[in-house]
Write a protein that binds this ligand. Sequence first.
Ligand SMILES: [Zn+2]
Length: 435
Amino acid sequence: MSCCHYYAPDSTGDTAFSIDVAAITYGAGSLREVGDYARDLGMTRVALFTDKVIGALEHLPIVRDSLGAAGINVALYDEARVEPTDDSFRAAAKFASEGNFDGYVSVGGGSVIDTAKAANLYATYPADFLTYVNAPIGGGVAVPGPIKPHIACPTTCGTGSECTGIAIFDLLEMKAKTGIVSRHLRPTRGIVDPETTRTLPRNVIAASGFDVLSHALESYTAQPFTQRDPAAWPSQRPQTQGANPWSDVGCLEALRLLGSSLEQAVTDEDDHDARANLMFAATLAGIAFGNSGCHLPHGMSYSVSGLVRDFRPDGYPDHEPIVPHGMSVIVNAPAVFRFTAEACPERHLKAAACLGADTGGAGLEDAGEVTAGRIIELMKATGVPNGIGGVGYGEADIAALTEGSFPQKRLIDNAPRDVTREQLGDLYGAALRYW
Ligand SMILES: [Zn+2]
């Protein structure tokens, strides 16, 4: 079975795929170019988004000076929250609405970039907060049109948020993560400067690196776009459109870079090349999953992070418990890929080989085990928690975890196999511990 077979036409499925990408600037020192790009986009008064931690590092003055040198007026918003909530999005939207801005610049991890996307949206098209939030949790109303230009400058090598039209947050009253998805939310340009990763703590590199790994592996093994029902209008084709040949290219290269560099990037803070490789992999995977979509590890992660009790990892602000996004994803991944392998074993084997697994002699029936085994090896080597048990969950939590993630239809339906509620519960059971 060849790769092309994966995209064999299906009598009821879609027949084309659409690729939307942010413009990207990549390179050491590129943060100094933000001002020039902002001016070129016609920005004169910019809302500069960051959080308190990033705001204290050297990146922010570089961006601020660059904007100033370009003659752009800047108002700073440093209240973005790590793992944003509906409250923190609302506060950011209020700032944006009152500021009369004609452009946005975000400097930070995915949380900061997502916050700027949401603030830009609600300042441009004011509405009740749940209006644009994914159904069934929110109204699922389509974003009416383009929003203001936004330059996103990621400072962690994970989320790829600079490449996607997705903004994720915790809806506090439901203790669930959900999001707003629209191609109009995609930043106008991503400025990706690998120098920003040099000062990141080890645990932050590990969590963001595994987020990239899962973006690439999930996009590559997602259901093929040819098996998704066509959208009523081609222009409404979802970003989560399923695996496609374009996304495959980015996924495979991202997996190769991760296979060779993830462990070194985490364990050797002086290995700047390894960290730069992760940053590039994050961008490639971001372009890929922004046009194919993730599936079960991300769908399951929402309740793993949303129901957190008292897990406080090193390297993160310790005033409240948190399961960082990448950790909440990867703890599910080995169980998921053991389960999904039977749908597309060649793809699992190929991905595992890119990640550095020894696939010599492995048959199609071994695909799930080989893939899971390599992920587990990398988890152990980089000190990430051992399954959902490692971030504080036990057998008794499985029902609540399942309840929280089963409604994530956008992601669950993008898996290469159908998943019942009972099977989802079994996956959490299988994810309790791996070694
Ligand atoms: Zn992610």
